[in-house]
Write a protein that binds this ligand. Structure first.
Ligand code: AQP
Length: 336
């Protein structure tokens, strides 16, 4: 039975990367007739966020802001299940079983582990190392088959498949499905505005590297004006962007925000200088993001309503997760 799951960490404010790479696609799936009758489960993964230190009050605010972002961007809590990971204990319970199925070597190969732990791996949290095992549990506790994510999460979804296959093999069952990542669209990897080789990230120390979903029009246009580029005019075909990561990033963002292909955008803007293209991009970004950030601000004024939506979502999520966990315990041989 097909089922959709995805999550975002409340580890900072939402970025344009999270919006284009994840949330907007969740909304598209919710509204796509192809997914009618299929449950869609979207989560604020707070237990993932704390794999690196989070100030408690900030974590609470970021979780509500993320929920507000989901709803403001068009997720309807009556059509999709929205909740907070730590509200459904079954995620962490299944993750423990997966910690015993997954191998250390698998975790060591993960690019995100290497990037986030940096040179001082001995000092990184155990949770950061085991992150992909909890992510596999997030997905498989619902027997989710489709996981919409940005390009950076592909490796973790592949590891989820490996864990499902090894569990099924170790216990001689056909229980966990082999999940597919769904990575589509022009902006599956939005890059930093300051460095075209790094992805745009909520936890980048430089605020100028990203567009936050709560940025106002002035902040957006200032960041785009200062975005790193090269001195050449824009090419008229996508091939011309191959060696120009910063230019490619801005064109990709324009294409994604205007629902066009890169070729369509370049047919219009090819030959223009950045001094002309950047204001076009700012206007488009402001026009698309301002209504979402205004709605987020409105929702944030009623935190009780947000919390009630999450509690209701958690109850619905738990109703799916609990029998799957029970069955897992039976398979493993644990007396209930
Ligand atoms: N730059 C990006 N371009 C496209 N998609 C992106 N995503 C994140 N950044 C980009 C997608 O957003 C979803 C949620 O990501 P996450 O918050 O769980 O973790 P992340 O990928 O580590 O995102 P950040 O913003 O970089 O967070 P921090 O800084 O805390 O690590 C995923 O589907 C991801 O692909």
């Amino acid at each position: 039975q097909p089922r959709v799951f995805s999550g975002i960490q409340p580890s900072g404010g939402l970025t344009l990367g999270n919006y284009l790479g994840a949330i907007r696609r969740f909304v598209d799936m919710q509204n796509d007739a192809q997914y009618d009758g299929i449950e869609k489960i979207y989560c604020m993964v707070d237990q993932h966020a704390i794999t690196v230190w989070q100030d408690p009050a900030t974590l609470t605010r970021n979780t509500r802001e993320l929920a507000a972002g989901y709803i403001a961007a068009g997720l309807d809590p009556t059509k999709s299940i929205l909740f907070n990971q730590s509200q459904v204990a079954e995620h962490a319970q299944l993750a423990w079983i997966f910690n015993c199925v997954a191998r250390m070597g698998w975790m060591q190969r993960m690019t995100q582990w290497k990037d986030k732990a940096g040179k001082n791996q001995q000092n990184a949290s155990l949770g950061l190392f085991a992150y992909p095992s909890l992510m596999a549990a997030d997905i498989l506790i619902y027997h989710a088959t489709h996981v919409p994510v940005g390009e950076d999460q592909k490796q973790h979804v592949e590891l989820t498949r490996d864990i499902a296959i090894k569990f099924n093999h170790d216990f001689g069952v056909d229980f966990f499905p082999v999940t597919e990542p769904v990575i589509e669209g022009a902006a599956t990897r939005v890059m930093s505005l300051r460095d075209g080789s790094k992805k745009m990230s909520k936890s980048d120390p430089s605020d100028a590297s990203r567009i936050n979903m709560t940025d106002d029009a002035d902040a957006i246009s200032q960041k785009i004006r200062k975005a790193r580029t090269d001195p050449d005019a824009l090419p008229s075909e996508a091939d011309g962007l191959a060696e120009r990561p910063e230019a490619r990033n801005l064109v990709n963002i324009y294409a994604a925000l205007s629902d066009q292909s890169v070729d369509q955008v370049l047919a219009d803007v090819g030959g223009k200088q950045f001094s002309e293209f950047k204001p076009m991009l700012s206007d488009l970004a402001v026009a698309k993001l301002a209504p979402i950030s205004a709605e987020m601000a409105r929702l944030m004024e009623a935190p009780d309503e947000i919390d009630a939506i999450l509690r209701d979502g958690a109850n619905r999520a738990r109703a799916i997760a609990a029998p799957i966990l029970q069955k897992t315990y039976d398979i493993v041989g644990m007396i209930r």
